[in-house]
Each structure stands twice: as C-alpha cells, then as structure tokens.
Design a protein around this ligand. Structure first.
Ligand code: NAD
Length: 488
C-alpha cells in the first residue's frame, strides 16, 4: 500500500536530465523505472540518456568551465556552503528518497546526509585555501612561481550504495577547485543525485557547472564522454572490474583519474582487546548499510583465546537486529539492492558452510516481496572459502580464528585489496605495529567506522588511486604550473 507523504516526496523529484542548467528529457524520450528494493515496486521513472545526451552534458560543462574557473574561490565556497545549508533543511525529504530507492533504514539515510553534506561544507571552506608559492630559485637563476589551476571538465561516476555521499565527495572538491562536472549516478539510485542537483541549482551553482545524466546505456554513454578530447578527468567509485575498464579508456586521453574501488577489510580482534568495544565496532563495521559498504568488515580475524566469547556476544547482538523496509520504525537492516545481490550473498554463505564453517544464525534469503537476506554469523570459516576472497556486500559476518600476531598480519594482508582495516587491541605498541604492518589506505584502531569529510579516504593496492576528502581531496582536481622569471 502506498503512503501519501512518500508519494508526494517522490513525485517532487525531477525525473529529467540536468544539462546546462535546464531539466530536459532524453533526446529519444526513453525513460527507466526506479524500484524500491524492499517491495520490488516501481516508485519513479527517470530519463534514460542517449550518447548524444551525454555529449550535450559535456558540451555544457566545457562551456561553463572558463567562467566558473575564473569565479573567485570565496564565491565558489559560499555557494557550496549554501548547498550544505539547503541539504540540511531538506534532509527529511532526502532521507525518505534514499531509503525508498536504496533500502537503508531511515536513521542511516540521515547519517549519510550528515556525512555526505559535510563534503559541501568542508570543501566550501577549502576553496579559498588553495595556494601557490613564490620564491628565489636556489641556483640563483630567477624566481619560481608555482600556481594551482582547476584540471577542467570532469566526469564523475558514482555507485548505488551511498548515493549522496559518493556524489558530494566528488562534486564538492571539483567545484571548490573550479572544475565543472558531468555526473553519472548508478542506474539503480538516480533520484538522490537528481535531488542533489536541484539543491545545487537552488544554492546558486551556475548553469552548466553541474550536469547529471541518468542512463541504462552506461557503457556507450561513458565511453563517448571519456573518449572526448575535451574531458580532463575521470573520478569513479564502484567495483574494481569497472574501475579497470575506465582506467584503460582514460589511458587514451592520458586523463587524470581517481578510483575508489572495492575492499575486503580485515577486522582483527586481539586477545587483549576490549571486547565491548570490539563487538560495538563489529556491528557498525558489518551491518551499517546492510553490509553494502566498500569499508564493510569482510573478514573477522579473532584470536583463538577470545573467539568463542566474541562469537557468542556478536551473535546475541545479530539476533536482535530487525530486518524490514527501512521506513518502518525499529528496522535496523533493510533489503539488499536487488535479487541478484541476494543470490550472490547466499552463494558465498553456502560455499563457506559446505567447506566446514559453522552457521551461528541466519544463512538464508528471507523471501519476497523485496530483496531480503537474513543477518548472518558464520564462525570457523575455513581457508579457501570464497567469502574470504570476495567482497560480501551483504549482512554476513564471517569469523576466522588466528593464533599469533604474525598470522593475523599475514591473513589481513592476504588480499588484492587494501582499502581499510580495523584492529582492536588495548596494547599501544601492538596497535602501532599494526599501523606499520597492514597494507591499507585507512585504519580504524579500536573504532568500526572511519569515514570523515576532513580525512583522506582511499585505498592501497587494487582498492584504488587517489584520495577523497581532507586537504588531499581538492588536490585531485588541481594541476600545478611552475613559471620561472628573472630576478628583479
Ligand atoms: P559498479 O562498478 O557496478 O558500478 C559503479 C558505477 O559504474 C555505476 O554508476 C554504474 O552504472 C557504472 N558503470 C558500470 N559499468 C560501467 C561501464 N562499463 N562504464 C562506465 N560506467 C559503468 O559498482 P556498484 O555495484 O554500483 O557499487 C559497489 C562497488 O562499489 C563495490 O565494489 C564497492 O566496494 C565499491 N565502492 C567503493 C567505494 C570506495 O570509496 N572505495 C565506495 C562505495 C562503493
């Protein structure tokens, strides 16, 4: 049964493409349905952009670039700050939209707005801090002037799991630096980005500075944009295989690239850990966003002397979780994004069980309507199980015992990914050794969530290239020019 408030909020989201400051349908009139993963019901339709629409969006970004780049940094920052204020004002509507199109519980959608909105404020503040330098050349041959310049029109591709934060984490630093953008949100969750585009428009972002193309013709639209000689940068968040494809495409134009790719985070609990803290951290690191986060803990490596107690305590907490539609009060675990995700999650669980893991709770799809999977704990997961190698992207907590620190380090680093690692120990020296030894772009030392707009988010190894957030985040959208001039 539909809810009138929900229907009114959804009906108010623009369904057209946002190109050059105007809202318009796809050139061939095609549209695509957006579904609620908790019910399977179609909740909206949005334009399905053609290759020509993608090129038109890039035309607009190129046309807007010179004047946006020349706009004083303070003015660009103030516009971003206004967008932050508007997002906060409209948070109730946006949280509902995000929950309906993506599935996360409303409270988590609000947290994402707080986190994702912060990029607008943070980079609004960073814009005026971009600096160059001037000084005597040490060789005495003149004066060096080093200046920073926006890289130019950028193509930003985002995933469905954090539809707001993954967009603001790219758009805000790009705009702060003076770049213009074409944004392509995930096909499954276009509404949040379209809502954000209107917020940016209302905040005073000039026409053409931000353009949004929603499309199912993803590969063709993207290839044309990335292959266009006017484009200067690609920033992508999503899976490692698609990231590799885009890197290859970007190589032809020698484009700047930022890649935020997959993860396979270890969550290491030592025998000296504060188990209250470790269990709280585990619940956040695993079940936030229904386990569908690149930063989700994938492998719980627990010292053999505490593994039984950790498993018992974490299972007791998991049994208390409430799975359902994210709009319902008290729900803590929503649906997975689609039925394919349910099948993939179940295959990983069944493989682990077949290889000897113990199923402590859950371990099955919950049936329709909607794409639900039971919150699951597996203990004693055996080496070689697929679940230890692949990103789970579901509410499944997989526990592996270890015997000593060297083994924990070897297991933690045994992955092609290196996005984030979590370590629980009260031994300071051990904590410091783990900071040194883990191959990871980020680390939670006695905490289960690390994301922060002021921090450099990003991975080592095949988890990606570049950083989003912090002072590092704006550098991704700047290029350096060095000028030499004779001494006066
Ligand atoms: P995905 O790679 O399937 O899709 C991501 C985006 O790429 C979507 O917009 C999709 O439409 C687009 N895309 C797909 N094929 C394309 C192609 N051939 N050309 C151009 N664009 C294409 O990933 P997903 O399922 O949306 O997201 C989940 C993945 O994202 C996980 O691997 C997760 O770890 C990763 N992720 C990483 C981070 C990070 O910051 N490192 C953050 C969130 C998600």
């Amino acid at each position: 049964m539909s809810d009138p408030r929900e229907d009114a909020v959804l009906a108010d989201v623009p369904g057209d493409l946002f190109v050059g400051g105007t809202w318009r349908p796809a050139q061939d009139g095609a549209i695509v349905a957006v579904a609620d993963p908790a019910t399977g019901r179609t909740v909206a339709h949005v334009a399905d952009a053609t290759v020509a629409d993608g090129t038109a969006a890039l035309d607009a970004a190129c046309a807007a670039f010179p004047s946006w780049a020349a706009t004083p940094a303070r003015t660009r920052g103030e516009i971003l700050r206004r967008a932050f204020d508007l997002l906060v004002e409209r948070a109730d509507e946006l949280a509902l939209i995000m929950t309906v199109e993506m599935g996360k519980p409303l409270a988590e959608a609000r947290s994402e707005i707080a986190y994702g909105g912060e990029f607008l404020r943070w980079f609004g503040e960073e814009a005026p801090r971009v600096q160059g330098r001037y000084g005597a050349n040490p060789a005495g041959t003149g004066r060096m002037i080093v200046t920073q310049h926006p890289v130019g029109p950028c193509y930003l591709v985002t995933p469905w799991n954090f539809p707001l934060a993954m967009a603001t984490r790219k758009i805000a630093p790009a705009l702060a630096a003076g770049c213009t953008v074409v944004v392509k949100p995930a096909t499954l969750t276009p509404l949040t980005t379209l809502f954000l585009a209107r917020v940016l428009q209302d905040a005073g972002v000039p026409a053409g500075v931000v353009n949004v193309v929603t499309t199912t013709r993803t590969a063709a639209v993207s290839e044309a944009i990335i292959g266009d000689p006017r484009l200067r940068k690609v920033s992508f968040t999503g899976s490692t295989p698609v990231g590799r494809t885009l890197l290859k495409q970007a190589a032809d134009g020698v484009l700047r690239t930022s890649m935020e790719l997959g993860g396979n985070a270890p969550f290491v609990v030592f025998d000296d850990a504060d188990l209250d803290l470790a269990v709280d951290g585990a619940m956040a690191a695993k079940f936030r966003n229904i386990g569908q986060a690149c930063t989700a803990a994938n492998r719980f490596l627990v010292h053999r002397s505490v593994v039984e107690e950790f498993t018992r305590r974490v299972t007791a907490r998991v049994v208390e979780l409430r799975t359902g539609r994210g709009t319902e009060p008290g729900v803590t675990v929503g649906p997975l994004i689609d039925d394919r995700a349910v099948a993939t999650t179940d295959a990983l669980v069944q493989d682990a069980v077949a290889r000897g893991a113990t199923l402590c709770t859950g371990g099955k799809p919950l049936g329709g309507p909607g794409s639900f999977y039971a919150a699951t704990v597996l203990s004693d997961v055996r080496p070689g199980s697929d679940i230890l190698r692949e990103e789970i992207f579901g509410p499944v907590l997989a526990i592996v015992p270890f015997d000593d620190e060297d083994e924990a380090v070897a297991l933690a680093n045994d992955t092609e990914y290196g996005l984030v690692s979590y370590v629980f120990t009260v031994d300071l020296a051990r904590g410091q050794r783990m900071v040194e030894r883990l191959e990871t772009g980020m680390m939670g030392l006695n905490v289960g969530v690390v994301s922060d707009a002021a921090a450099p988010f990003g991975g080592w190894k095949q988890s990606g290239l570049g950083r989003e957030g912090g002072a590092e985040g704006i550098a991704e959208y700047l290029q350096t020019k060095y000028t030499l001039t004779p001494d006066p």
